[in-house]
Design a protein. Structure first.
Length: 311
């Protein structure tokens, strides 16, 4: 009988939503049914805290405004002993007519406690804060737009130690084909954004092809990884937030097509609530013999769209 995961995807997504609700000002606490009483919280903006209640107070902050929050790039993995999830969090607010926004990486890890799977470790790394940051008087703002200097605090999220793919290398959590395909692109984005070039290399087929302005047409996994690595290194604060717009897949087929929208902080929705994309990817995916979905063809198209663009 195959092993099962200690947590379901729904449970992991609810834990992520609970953190987002705190930033929205909608939550009074981190739910006891999802988070351990001795939860360990590590953040780049408000330090380290022990305990579920203290973690909530630290995340909320005494002077924190109410944010509009978008959660993207959600990855959920688990096995019989542990589970892990990650997401990108994009927040924005307007205070006295002054806009501000932040982008960050959230990871959480679950373990079995008294027969229940609970979040025991929560890590939140802010990559950048822009705009009227004066409204965040009790935040330590992230280092951005410059190189590392002696005295800079170490990142609280280190991909090699914290990424779900490393914490749960043999996933047994049940995912739909569409969820696995989306996570294939999220792994690519994470590997690129977190400088985890091992994960980046695992995202492509050997003969993958991509058209990525201004790099042009890249052919083969080696050229893709080498060029992307060199191109991306100067901007460690940037995140590739995205969400699938359309997936075409015939059950049982090892090939699929996906259109994925690139989300731009500060302009993620129109006034009527429709999702707004600053660019989109036309993707072809191939399922490997081991069952893993890989990017095989990727075309990046700049330009604002609100619905599925034509191929």
């Amino acid at each position: 009988m195959p092993r099962t995961s200690i947590a379901t995807r729904d449970q992991l997504l609810r834990a992520i939503d609970s953190v987002a609700a705190i930033f929205k000002g909608e939550a009074q606490d981190l739910p006891a049914g999802l988070f351990a009483d001795e939860l360990q919280l590590s953040t780049s903006h408000r330090g380290t805290h022990q305990g579920r209640r203290d973690a909530h107070l630290a995340l909320r902050g005494s002077l924190l405004p109410t944010f509009d929050i978008e959660v993207t790039n959600m990855v959920t993995l688990g096995d019989a002993h542990q589970a892990s999830a990650s997401a990108y969090i994009v927040g924005s607010s307007i205070n006295d007519g002054h806009p501000m926004q932040f982008v960050g990486v959230l990871v959480l890890h679950l373990a079995a406690i008294d027969g229940s799977a609970l979040v025991t470790e929560l890590r939140l790394q802010l990559n950048s804060v822009e705009g009227a940051a004066g409204t965040l008087a009790d935040w330590t703002l992230p280092v951005a737009y410059r190189q590392w200097k002696p005295g800079d605090a170490p990142a609280v999220v280190s991909s090699e130690l914290d990424a779900p793919w490393h914490r749960v290398p043999d996933n047994t959590l049940v995912l739909s084909d569409e969820e696995q395909m989306a996570q294939a692109w999220f792994r690519y984005a994470w590997g690129l954004d977190q400088a985890d070039h091992g994960l980046l290399a695992r995202s492509f087929t050997q003969d993958a092809r991509a058209v990525l302005p201004p790099m042009g047409t890249l052919k083969g996994r080696r050229m893709l990884v080498s060029t992307l690595k060199a191109f991306r290194m100067p901007w460690p604060w940037m995140l590739h937030a995205g969400t699938p717009i359309e997936i075409e897949h015939t059950p049982g087929s090892a090939h699929a097509r996906m259109v994925l929208g690139r989300l731009i902080p500060g302009r993620m929705r129109l006034e009527d609530g429709r999702r707004l994309y600053g660019a989109h990817y036309q993707l072809e995916l191939v399922q490997s013999a081991s069952g893993d979905w890989l990017l095989h063809d990727m075309d990046y198209h700049e330009g604002w769209v609100t619905e599925t663009p034509a191929p």
